[in-house]
Design a protein around this ligand. Structure first.
Ligand code: FRU
Length: 518
């Protein structure tokens, strides 16, 4: 039975230890999986159009494939005040690095400088400000875009013709660069004239209005150079509305891939050409990570570009189709991973709860074991104490017995001489010549001898009582009478010493104490 109990105890401890190890392993797995340090990159977009959306999806994609990157994207709808506020809030949220595409050259400079002065690295992408307070720039060379497209148009026109320009948002760095490059390129072709130039806001509606203004001035031009594809398409639509289709050719910038993008428009013949302005989301995050991890980096980073014409549009589209499929697949994969992570975090919670329960269980088992050990020890101590007491008891009994034996033996020895005193006294009583005084003395002698014999008998009876051989027998007697007798025994002695001994028992009648005396 005891053996079984011990086996059970051992099994229980082994089981508890195994479960404990498993849960510690599970918990450490959970902990380890959460340990990767995340860099928070705040991204401030000036606009929210298809080009920006593609870029944002690239930023997000980079954070999916890079465990240590977290992106927080905010889009200000071409509004300086809104963008400045968004930059401030990103800084307040505690970002590690700011990627910003400033709406205009000076509209959000202060907010950016505030972030920079707080020690947050700042990357300008696609657009810049007039300030020198930034860590690095990444984007296209807008002057070169303008210059290349100016050269392309002039060549298409064989060095002679009329062009109109629809500019991007005034006071924004790409609009400035793309205009200046274009103007400079055409300086090489004196017979190619810019007959009108109108500012827009990078958007379709703004460009339609700009085109209306141009058409109001002149319809005599061969090319429309717009600072982006969206605005080039708006010009195309406006011309069509005015039944001027086919009268001019359209050139834009961005060369966005995908449905309705610049490349498709070139391929379909809506635009004559576009210029690739890569969204470069991957390159931006790579540069950010170089800065954050203290690696070497260039302050100015140009993204490679190319002109897109009918000659290369189809091939570019086909290449992108494949890439697009891969992007979609990765997006789906990411969603799956997200789903799994959500499920996993539920399991992590369950495992943590299990861990807590297990710790409680172990604590309970340990406490139970401790208390049962303490109980066992106490029981052992009590048994030992009991044994000692029993031994002591036996010794006391033996001692008492030997004392009693001694007293009984002595009493036996006393009884014989007492009997030998009482018998001659009895004989003396029968002597008629005995004086009254002598008789009185003999009464005393007889009574005391009898009393002594009774005491001796009492001692011997005590032994019998101890052995359980005597029954208690109660009787009534006259206490007053007895006391009178006991006191009268002392008269002869006290008389000799001239002491007066009296006892007053008048208050009590003998009937108060009447009973059988033994
Ligand atoms: C997108 C966009 C592009 C253009 C770029 C210039 O917001 O308007 O079409 O090339 O910004 O910064």
């Amino acid at each position: 039975m005891i053996q079984n109990k011990t086996n059970f105890g051992r099994k229980l401890s082994t089981m508890v230890a195994a479960v404990m190890l498993a849960s510690v392993a599970a918990m450490s797995l959970v902990c380890c999986s959460e340990k990767t340090h995340k860099y928070r990159i705040g991204i401030s977009q000036c606009s929210d159009d298809s080009w920006r959306q593609k870029q944002n999806s690239e930023f997000r994609f980079m954070s999916y494939i890079n465990d240590s990157v977290e992106v927080d994207i905010k889009s200000a709808k071409d509004n300086n005040v809104q963008q400045a506020a968004q930059i401030d809030s990103l800084v307040d949220e505690g970002i590690d690095l700011l990627v910003v595409c400033p709406n205009q050259l000076d509209g959000v400079t202060k907010a950016i400088e505030r972030a920079y002065d707080k020690g947050i690295p700042v990357i300008f992408f696609d657009r810049t400000t007039n300030s020198n307070k930034y860590t690095a720039f990444i984007g296209c060379d807008n002057y070169r875009i303008g210059f290349d497209l100016g050269t392309y148009i002039a060549n298409q026109l064989n060095g002679s013709g009329r062009v109109v320009e629809i500019r991007g948002l005034d006071n924004s760095s790409p609009a400035k660069g793309r205009h200046e490059g274009f103007v400079d390129a055409l300086k090489n072709y004196p017979d190619v004239k810019i007959v009108a130039s109108e500012g827009a806001d990078w958007e379709q509606t703004g460009a339609e209005k700009a085109m209306e203004k141009i058409l109001a001035k002149t319809t005599d031009f061969d090319y429309v150079y717009a600072h982006n594809d969206r605005m080039a398409y708006a010009a195309y639509l406006t011309m069509r509305r005015h039944n001027l289709s086919g009268k001019a050719k359209f050139v834009g910038v961005d060369g966005l891939l995908g449905k309705g993008g610049g490349v498709e428009m070139v391929n379909e013949g809506i635009l004559d050409a576009s210029y690739l302005n890569p969204t470069g989301g991957q390159e931006v995050v790579d540069l950010a990570m170089k800065i954050l991890t203290g690696k070497d980096f260039n302050r100015s980073n140009s993204l490679s570009t190319t002109i897109i014409t009918k000659n290369n549009a189809e091939l570019t589209l086909m290449t992108d189709l494949n890439a697009e499929q891969q992007r979609n697949m990765l997006e789906r994969l990411h969603n799956q991973v997200n789903k799994y992570q959500r499920y996993n975090s539920g399991q992590e919670l369950f495992i943590s709860l299990l861990g807590v329960l297990l710790v409680l269980l172990i604590a309970a088992v340990v406490m139970m074991r401790k208390s049962s050990m303490a109980k066992g020890k106490l029981a052992q101590q009590l048994t030992k104490r009991n044994e000692e007491l029993n031994k002591l008891n036996t010794e006391v009994i033996a001692l008492t017995q030997s004392r009693l034996r001694f007293f009984t033996n002595v009493s036996h020895e006393l009884r014989t001489p007492l009997t030998l005193i009482v018998d001659p006294v009895e004989q003396l009583f029968k002597d008629e010549k005995l004086s009254k005084h002598g008789r009185n003395l003999l009464v005393i002698v007889r009574r005391n001898a009898n009393a002594l014999r009774r005491l001796v008998d009492d001692i011997m009876d005590f032994r019998k009582i101890q052995d359980g051989n005597v029954k208690l027998h109660l009787c009534n007697f006259s206490l007053a009478e007895k006391v009178r007798q006991w006191v009268s025994d002392f008269y002869p002695t006290v008389e000799k010493k001239n002491v007066n001994l009296e006892i007053n028992t008048d208050k009590y009648t003998d009937s108060d104490f009447v009973g059988d005396e033994e």
